[in-house]
Design a binder for this molecule. Sequence first.
Ligand SMILES: [Zn+2]
Length: 299
Amino acid sequence: MKTEFKAKQEKRGIDLVKNREWETQSPCIKELHKEGAKKFFEGIGNLREAFRPRPDIAVCMDEGTAMKKKEKGVFTWADTGRLFDKDKEKACEKAARVAIDLGLEEITSHEDCGVAKLAWKWDNPDEKREPTDKEVNDYAEDWTKKLAEKIKSISEEMGKEVGKEVKISYITAKEMLRPKDIHNAVGVYYDGTGKFNPGRLENIPQGFVISRGGLEESLGEETKDYCGQELGIACSIAFGDHGFSKKFSKKEPFTIMVIGKNLQHLEVLKREAEGFLKIHPDFKTGKIKIDGFLAPEGL
Ligand SMILES: [Zn+2]
């Protein structure tokens, strides 16, 4: 009984925070849906500043880390590239090559990472329990250390300078741009440029960020499916217990904000996102919507 009471109390607490977060973003969400992503974003005076020439630092696609204010160029991936392959060694190899090709100087992991939790389960198939918070946090941190070593060894093999001194850092829940245990994303930035740094803009919708551009050079054919997997994860978090879930409606849908380099590119990526989402029940009912805008020319 006592635990049931505690669980109810916890849920009430979470709902209160969710309501507050939704209210805070409400004017912005309303404007986005009234104007559409094109008018909303292309009308931002300093939009160009949100696109950096190249990525220097990699963070998780989680809105709490991806939306944080950063001066550097940002590349986003789910749990620092762990999702590139179910096999840990293969994922590490792929992530290291992506990091070298992009010339990343810093890789980060973070506390309260939902993707690290998923990866922990992949690596521990015999465990029939949920991992503890500490296990998930340690997993995320250990993974970046393993990846940094791999980056260093591959870079030495290739005789490259880049990647020899890749910096590792850990972002705590307090430093993140969302409350712990709650996802306040109202959409996803499906970034075809791979250069979008939303932390440099103010009063924009809180969203997961998927760096779709910049991956193809290293991942090739796999890029599309990989980004589709990230898109699926973002939607499942948003519509799960930790996301806004029931607050999304046909009128105020969870929005995939595709970023294209030009009109044709934008249309291709929109169709790609639709291909991934068409069987999703919330897409069918209009609770997930695909919209988009163009990055400034000549990046
Ligand atoms: Zn994460």
